[in-house]
Design a protein around this ligand. Structure first.
Ligand code: URA
Length: 431
């Protein structure tokens, strides 16, 4: 019988647990022999005491061992994958997958749902009418073979420990810990089978990692876990001190993803996506460097090949790829600037929460979301706005929620006399 209370106490007191103890604790949790309240207490002890490198490895291995792993070797190619640590307006995977596939590299990704104030790729994809995100492992592999890519939900038997822990951490204030995030992300990436992974580690107000130092620590932990499991990992540290692009909310983000694929998307989304594809192609079996990868990504967008691949992908999963099929919100209102000046700062977590409260995200685990609602940030950091000028569009289900969101979004913007220092979207790359 697992001595859960004793393990929690030892972790609380700062002791290092052995790999066997951690493994047994995680596997007992998945077998329902450790209740949620003990696992919550354990996560809180980890939050305050941290895990050593050896403990983080053991936790990750135990999470992978809690379920099945996918064998992508039947594809006979080096397969690439991409994951973000979570942000506001992050639709990058939906753009990156089709570009990578259009460049001739197999892209196989399992995605998650929104966590806290951050949106999830699966929720965004489900705003496309007919889109199936639940594919069996065989269907997943077959689609990557035939279409060159697939983005699907994590099946119940892939890292079940993370599925339960993720939901538990979301409601017990234990998300933003380096070891817990690193093991959560890397257990899923290792089990999902890709050989090489680009991780987008978000930094700033809207990210779980608020500073560059914290983001570097997380990136290094994930690179080490990947290496230990025989996977190549490159981490890009990217700016999340403002929403990525302009759209925040599910169908609105799909529109912006399609615009980016046809070359008319916002410059920060485009740059982040091209940079990630550059690294993914350099990690693939194409035998190209990052710069050549970037150039091929630009060419795939310019020729229309990336957009065409997007349409094939969505159709392969039963979805309707036309923009006209996406749901739209009945009420659209402007959030306006109280004074003239430059946008100094956008409180990004609060933007995510305003979108969530409009209905674009969940406040409880099983809540339905409204795919049509959200925000379009018309003004971004450094933009000049006139008094009464538009800061953002609110897309809402009704007048009352629109009015509340307008006030919330106006409060997210700080306007000042000076133009702030410009900041690149990609802040650093670790490998
Ligand atoms: N994304 C994940 O998959 N897990 C975390 O813990 C945080 C972000």
């Amino acid at each position: 019988m697992i001595r859960a209370a004793e393990l929690i106490q030892r972790k609380r007191d700062g002791e290092e647990l052995s790999p066997d103890e951690l493994r047994e604790f995680v596997l007992a949790y998945v077998r329902d022999e450790v209740p949620d309240y003990q696992m919550s207490a354990f996560c809180m002890a980890v939050f305050f005491r941290g895990l050593s490198v050896a403990e983080t490895h053991a936790l990750t291995e135990a999470m992978v061992a809690s379920g099945e792993s996918i064998d992508l070797s039947p594809l006979g190619r080096r397969v690439v994958d991409k994951h973000s640590t979570g942000g506001v307006g992050d639709k990058a995977s939906i753009v990156i997958g089709p570009i990578v596939a259009a460049c001739g590299v197999p892209f196989a990704k399992m995605s998650g749902r929104g966590l806290g104030h951050t949106g999830g790729t699966l929720d965004k994809l489900e705003s496309i009418p007919g889109m199936r995100i639940e594919l069996s492992h065989d269907e997943f592999i077959r689609q990557v073979q035939e279409v060159g890519m697939a983005i699907v939900g994590q099946t119940a038997d892939l890292v079940p420990a993370d599925k339960r822990l993720y939901a538990l951490r979301d409601v017990t204030a234990t998300v933003d810990n380096v070891s817990l995030i690193a093991s959560s992300i890397m257990s899923k990436k290792i089990a999902a089978g890709a050989d090489a992974i680009v991780l987008d580690v978000k930094v700033g107000d809207g990210a779980f990692m608020k500073t560059l130092d914290a983001a570097r620590e997380l990136a290094q932990a994930m690179i080490d876990l990947g290496r230990e499991a025989g996977r190549d990992v490159v981490c890009e540290l990217t700016d999340m001190d403002q929403p990525l692009g302009r759209a925040v909310g599910n169908a609105l983000e799909i529109r912006e993803a399609v615009e980016t694929l046809n070359g008319t998307g916002p410059p920060d989304v485009r740059e982040l996506v091209l940079s990630a594809v550059g690294h993914l192609l350099a990690l693939s079996d194409l035998d190209v460097g990052v710069e050549e990868g970037y150039r091929r990504a630009e060419a795939a967008v310019a020729s229309g090949a990336a957009l065409e691949r997007y349409e094939r992908w969505i159709e392969a999963q039963g979805g309707d790829p036309s923009m006209a099929a996406l749901p739209t919100a009945p009420v659209v209102r402007d959030a306006s600037a109280a004074e003239a000046g430059f946008v100094q700062r956008i409180a990004t977590t609060d933007v995510g929460l305003a979108s969530l409260r409009l209905g674009a995200g969940r406040t409880t685990k099983d809540e339905d979301i409204d795919h049509a609602v959200g925000l379009i940030c018309r003004a971004k950091r450094g933009d000049r706005v006139a008094q009464g000028g538009t800061l953002a569009e609110v897309h809402a289900r009704d007048e009352a929620s629109a009015e509340r969101a307008v006030a919330e979004v106006e409060a997210c913007y700080t306007i000042g006399a000076e133009s702030p220092e410009p900041r690149p979207i990609v802040l650093d790359v670790l490998r």
